[in-house]
Design a protein around this ligand. Structure first.
Ligand code: GDP
Length: 460
């Protein structure tokens, strides 16, 4: 019997979404019990439910079902963000209460209904919380229609996973992806003297992409056993080496494929176990195989790294194996997949020929430096004035959005907070413009960045 009350210590993943998308069924599948009541009618009132997800291959985590959406006066209209405002606020309120203690968020949508304005609005809201998030496309009953039914949801800028809560399709993958939203291990603290010059690198990618070969080539020693058979490196080891006055550590060099058995190697490497080493590193290198292209799992990993604001770059390894035009095309495809994180560098390399290997470590260092960027309030507000002057904030519902003040809240990743008159009204494309401008002015080209908008009544 699975426990219904999650232990406090477990990371909580909150399920949210429009009524009737199948959150309760999904919740029941995940906790493998039948506690939440599901109905075909939208808005059946329930209490917020919490349960524990236990899978032998994954760390335990809690899920929260924010199903308790009550239909109020606005219930009749469910289409469109404008008309359904009251309704939508109910969902947001439910989500908000659950959010206080959330480690991550899953926006559940209905693959048969397609992408609705309310889904878009919820996604926008979720992204603004800064929590790692996932888009779960439910009611996709077979693998055949997966691509067709999920395509439009990529526009939400979240990692996408297609499932059928009713038929159990893709549930192990979903559990893996949800587990991957939980907090990562903290990087072990180096002594202060060491810290200044040590760069910790995590290398991710499917088995046989060439991770060990790259570690060997970069560290200049054949420390790891490289083999064409996937899954031959057994132990998780840190590889430490020095170069140009810097100390480098490749963390968990074998951990990346520890769980991958030879039989289920290529497509099924677990994203949540891959992310474990990411938590111990300052920078992540995602290794793709030029001859194999980008797998679904690679794509999910990129989206997860993006939603978690992990600094990373993409290495297309074995570029010696791909003809020039094919390589260009692959680069283009990857760029398109990274549309929501255009700052991520993509670098074709070859562990075998040595092509572009000399660029990897300097790039990693540069990204790491950018992550540490700290900008003074004075500089920030001059930059904001410049951005506002170049492109005025838009008028939304006859009111021009006012920007009062800009401050930096955090580093790693650089996090900036804009104080405005009405944060809810700032359109996403204007937020993107602001990000682009700050990146340009402060030379933050490749690091992830967070922008928060906060409503404030008066000028500070
Ligand atoms: P890992 O599982 O990601 O650590 O992959 P390995 O480093 O074990 O490499 C898998 C296979 O790909 C080995 O046979 C390597 O020799 C080969 N390989 C790795 N990098 C390259 C490369 O740049 N070019 C070519 N042609 N083969 C490579």
């Amino acid at each position: 019997m699975p426990e219904i009350q999650a232990e406090n210590a477990l990371p909580r993943i909150v399920l949210t979404g429009r009524p009737n998308v199948g959150k309760s069924t999904l919740f029941n599948r995940l906790i493998r019990a039948n506690r939440a009541i599901t109905h075909d009618r939208p808005g059946v009132t329930r209490d917020r439910m919490e349960g524990t997800v236990l899978r032998s291959s994954l760390p335990a985590f809690a899920v929260v079902d924010t199903g308790g959406v009550t239909l109020g006066a606005h219930a009749a209209v469910t289409e469109g963000p404008e008309e359904s405002r009251g309704f939508e606020e109910d969902i947001l309120r439910q989500t908000e209460t659950a959010l206080a203690a959330a480690a991550g968020l899953a926006l559940v949508v209905d693959g048969r209904d397609g992408l609705l304005p309310l889904d878009e609005h919820l996604a926008f809201y979720l992204r603004r919380t800064g929590l790692p998030a996932l888009c779960v496309v439910n009611k996709v009953d077979g693998i055949e229609r997966e691509d067709e039914l999920t395509a439009e949801f990529y526009a939400l800028g979240l990692p996408v996973v297609a499932v059928s809560a009713e038929h159990g399709h893709n549930m192990p993958l979903l559990a893996d992806m949800l587990a991957a939203l939980a907090p990562l291990a903290d990087a072990p603290a180096d002594s202060p003297a060491q810290k200044a010059t040590t760069l910790r690198l995590a290398m991710l990618g499917r088995p046989n992409a060439g991770k060990s070969s790259l570690v060997n080539a970069l560290s200049g020693e054949a420390r790891m056993i490289v083999s064409t058979i996937a899954g031959t490196t057994r132990d998780s080891v840190d590889v430490r080496f020095a170069r140009d006055g810097w100390d480098y550590v490749f963390v968990d060099t074998a951990g990346v494929r520890r769980r991958a058995k030879i039989t289920d190697s290529v497509e099924k490497y677990s994203v949540s176990s891959a992310l474990k080493s990411v938590g111990k590193a300052d920078m992540t290198l995602l290794v793709l195989d030029a001859a194999e292209g980008v797998s679904q799992q690679d794509k999910r990993l990129m989206d997860l790294l993006n939603t978690r604001k992990i600094p990373f770059c993409v290495l297309i390894n074995k570029c010696d194996l791909a003809p020039r035009t094919a390589l260009k095309q692959l680069e283009k495809n990857i760029r398109a997949m990274l549309a929501f994180c255009a700052h991520v560098p993509v670098l074709p390399v070859s562990a075998n020929t040595g092509h572009a290997l000399d660029k990897i470590l300097p790039l990693a260092e540069k990204i790491h430096r950018e992550c540490q960027a700290r900008v003074s309030t004075g500089q920030l507000n001059r930059a904001m004035a410049e951005a506002l002057a170049k492109h005025q904030p838009p008028v939304v519902k006859r009111v021009r959005i006012k920007f009062y003040y800009l401050t930096q809240a955090e580093t790693a990743p650089p996090t900036f907070v804009f104080f405005v008159n009405d944060a809810e009204r700032v359109p996403e494309n204007y937020v993107r413009y602001l990000e682009h401008t700050l990146r340009k002015i402060f030379g933050i080209a490749h690091a992830p960045m967070r922008l928060h908008l906060r409503s404030s009544h008066k000028k500070k």
